[in-house]
Design a protein around this ligand. Sequence first.
Ligand SMILES: [Fe+2]
Ligand SMILES: [Fe+2]
Length: 313
Amino acid sequence: MRSSVQAQLTWDYEPTGSRTGALYQRAKQMQWHVDDVDWRLPVRFGAPLPDDSAFAMTAFAASPLARRGRPAWDAFRWELQAWMVSQFLHGEQAAMVVASRLVEVMPDLESKFYATTQAVDEARHVEVFSRYLRCNIAYPYPVSEPLLLMLTDILADSRWDVVALGMQIMVEALAMAAFRLAGSTFHDDLIKQITTLVARDEARHVSFGVMSLSGLYDRMTAAERAEREDLVLESAALIRRRFLLSDIWDRLEVPLREGSDFAARNELMVAYRQAIFSRVGHALGQIGLMTPRVRAGLASLDLIRFTEGATHD
Ligand SMILES: [Fe+2]
Ligand SMILES: [Fe+2]
């Protein structure tokens, strides 16, 4: 994808004592290695799984998989894991590219320092997820179309704050919430260990986004702010579409319409999307972008309940 950016140098090297500077110091201390992971932990992909929660079993009964019997639900749960980890990997690569973009375009030295450590973090994430997939998942998934569209939009934008909003808030916060739910979504201890380590880094990345963007929107014109709201709502629509899981229905040979309808309407599926979106909503509130228009848009996508974030105006 082609994009032109405004690369910035600064001649101001004076430490400012900013929170971003402190976050940079912490990032250097918190580095870990892919070899720290216990790669001997077994992954028995496709093995029968213990019973799901009652809520999930109700979802299964209502799903297009029900008529195939219980093993089909376990197959779905494993495929969901393979698909999620595959999308993590593709997202991590984009995050690495975006982090290095931020080094170029962010205005101040401490933000550039911080973004440099993030690029290293994201490289490690690419490494760790690709190794997991290579060693354990025979058929990983290609990048899903809505994710690709979202990443392309972010990378094509020349404005640093839009790049930061798209990646640090929309992509990173979503990923962090998905990692934190790994305990209940994923089925082997190896991926749980990996996501725990990665989530620690992502928490810093989201903090960096919140620090960089806080207060910015107050200084913008209504038209400029509306463009940022558009980006949030477009990304949110793509996130919702991604989690209609068409790639998985395709692989399981479930008619796309039936699978997507189930994913769109089933209570468990809606609750899962709301759970992984909750950290994004929170971050939008922190940076002052949970405006009435954004809140209404997110509620109509069923990504937040209408009252959520109401205190963040
Ligand atoms: Fe990452
Ligand atoms: Fe990240």
